[in-house]
Write a protein that binds this ligand. Sequence first.
Ligand code: ZN
Length: 143
Amino acid sequence: MVDYGKPLPQVRRETRGFWEGCKRHELLIQRCEDCGTYRHYPRPMCACCGSWNVEWAKATGKGRVYSYIVTHQLFHPAFFDDVPYAVVIVELEEGVRMVSNIVDCGPDEVYIGMPVEVVFDDVTEEVTLPRFRSSSQVGRPSP
Ligand code: ZN
């Protein structure tokens, strides 16, 4: 495994289940045990009913690009070789949105509504990042 060299997520109590799922190549999102509402980013209380009872649910990993930006400005030296790159907000089939990257196409090819599916990038021994690829690429090996 190549030295990743980029900032890594800080795992906290509320996010531990999400990152542990990623490590197993499962995309987990929180679901309220009382009203069934999905939520992401992970947090302790349901914004719909106020319940603190929460479970981890396995998401399909499929969704669409809800919005995106193309970053041309270098904000961190570790991303020098990456610019320009797209930062996308993916709306999952479960209705929650998550910030990520697209791995299989250039920033000029990303569009709003683009069907995507999750792939898992084992960037270190401890951390796996969820990224997305065009769902028309189903069947290709993970990058
Ligand atoms: Zn609820």
